[in-house]
Design a binder for this molecule. Structure first.
Ligand code: NAP
Ligand code: G4F
Length: 344
């Protein structure tokens, strides 16, 4: 029998990669998209799958909409990827972030419980829940200490998922994913901002890339690898929580240096903190500057995960290394900017 999956947030980075993965597995894929004045299916189009998925109007804000969609579609599996996913904006819009990222998953869980709780549920949890980290590396047993409205909203949803599994026997999984990137990453996140804006500098469309905290360290993997881990979690007989991570961390500064190379720059740093800047060795041009406007009220200094449990139980390992990931993103943005394409 053909399985049916509902992906909320199908227009986002992970939604697009997961949709492609499930289509290749023979699933019928239904994607939830919220009403906006312009339809944004660029990622699905880039992967060449926009015509292969069924789209439904879906908003995590609206319980009645969620219940009707589930009733109509009767999915075997629900992947809740929809979220206000940008940490920086969550400081500016904490209540909205809580509505969508904390109460949204609760609405979904309640609607699924009302349908008898037979549908498998995946919640997109995050390493941001570790925040001010209490152990290095972080795994499923590490205590949480969120540092942003996004982090504590996601923590609520994580515990809601655990609680519905324990209270009602639902097959509800929380995937605690560390940062994962790709050429389809949103332009506001630091990796894509760096590769896109450095490409703009290369092609004469921008003078300088302005960044915040260069010293923050993240465990960056490739989104295409992570969606397979998500699917594997949901196929387990017994639902559980899993960390997906690469086990290596790099600073924002190191990401800039690495992205600069395929774009033909060699960065030399001057200064510290808010006064730091980066110059291209050959041209002597200052092309990176720190702008305190991008500092956050509370920072997550270091995230580095251990996905030993996912490796042992799910057989999942990330295939793409850091240098390969950065080059993939930089080369894609070099091509896009050269061809005058609008950023995704
Ligand atoms: P993304 O690219 O920002 O995509 C978010 C998706 O959520 C978009 O499709 C967006 O729709 C949708 N959305 C936002 N508000 C909604 C609402 N009220 N109702 C319905 N849909 C809504 O995020 P991503 O990087 O793919 O991440 C997927 C999920 O994993 C998110 O929950 C994120 O918090 C979580 N996560 C991501 C990472 C990472 O490193 N990427 C790590 C850990 C956890 P529009 O296109 O209309 O905006
Ligand atoms: O790329 P970021 O905005 O990602 P962040 O905050 O780690 O969140 C991402 O990963 C989470 C998983 O850990 C997800 F749950 C979440 O949805 C999202 O996908 O920032 C990474 C780091 C931060 O420390 C930030 O302060 O980069 C630093 N940074 C320095 N300059 C910057 C900038 N971040 C952004 N977005 N823009 C800058 O100019």
């Amino acid at each position: 029998m053909v399985k049916c999956a509902l992906i909320t947030g199908i227009s986002g980075q992970d939604g697009a990669y997961l949709a492609r993965f499930l289509l290749e597995k023979g699933y019928r894929v239904v994607g939830g998209t919220r009403r906006t004045s312009t339809r944004n299916l660029r990622r699905l189009e880039t992967l060449g799958i926009a015509a292969d998925v069924q789209l439904v109007d879906f908003d995590l804000f609206e319980l009645t909409n969620i219940a009707r969609v589930l009733d109509r579609i009767c999915p075997d599996e629900v992947y809740n990827l929809a979220a206000q996913s940008f940490v920086a904006i969550s400081f500016e819009q904490p209540l909205y972030t809580a509505e969508i990222d904390a109460l949204g998953p609760l609405r979904l869980l309640e609607a699924l419980r009302g349908l008898g709780g037979r549908t498998r549920f995946y919640q997109a949890s995050t390493s941001e829940m570790f925040g001010k980290v209490q152990a290095v590396p972080q795994d499923e047993r590490t205590p949480f200490y969120p540092r942003s409205p996004y982090g504590f909203a996601k923590l609520y949803a994580h515990w809601a998922t655990v609680n519905y599994r324990e209270s009602y026997g639902m097959h509800a999984t929380s995937g605690i994913l560390f940062n994962h990137e790709s050429p389809l990453r949103g332009i506001e996140f630091v990796t894509r901002k760096i590769t896109y804006e450095l490409a703009e500098v290369k092609h004469g469309r921008r003078e300088v890339v302005r960044l915040g905290n260069l010293e923050a360290r993240r465990d960056w993997g490739f989104a295409g690898d992570y969606v397979e881990g998500i699917w594997r979690m949901v196929q387990e007989d017994v639902a559980d929580d899993y960390v997906l991570a690469t086990g290596t961390a790099h600073s924002v500064r190191a990401f800039v240096e690495c992205a600069a190379v395929p774009l033909g720059f060699d960065i030399v740093w001057q200064g510290e903190g808010a006064g730091a800047s980066g110059t291209d060795r050959q041209s002597g041009r200052r092309i990176v500057e720190v702008d305190p406007a991008f500092f956050r009220p509370a920072e997550v200094d270091l995230l580095i995960g251990s996905s030993a449990k996912a490796r042992d139980r799910l057989g999942w390992i990330p295939r793409t290394g850091f240098a390969e990931l950065v080059a993939m993103m930089a080369e894609a943005d070099d091509r896009r900017v050269r061809n005058g394409e609008a950023p995704i």
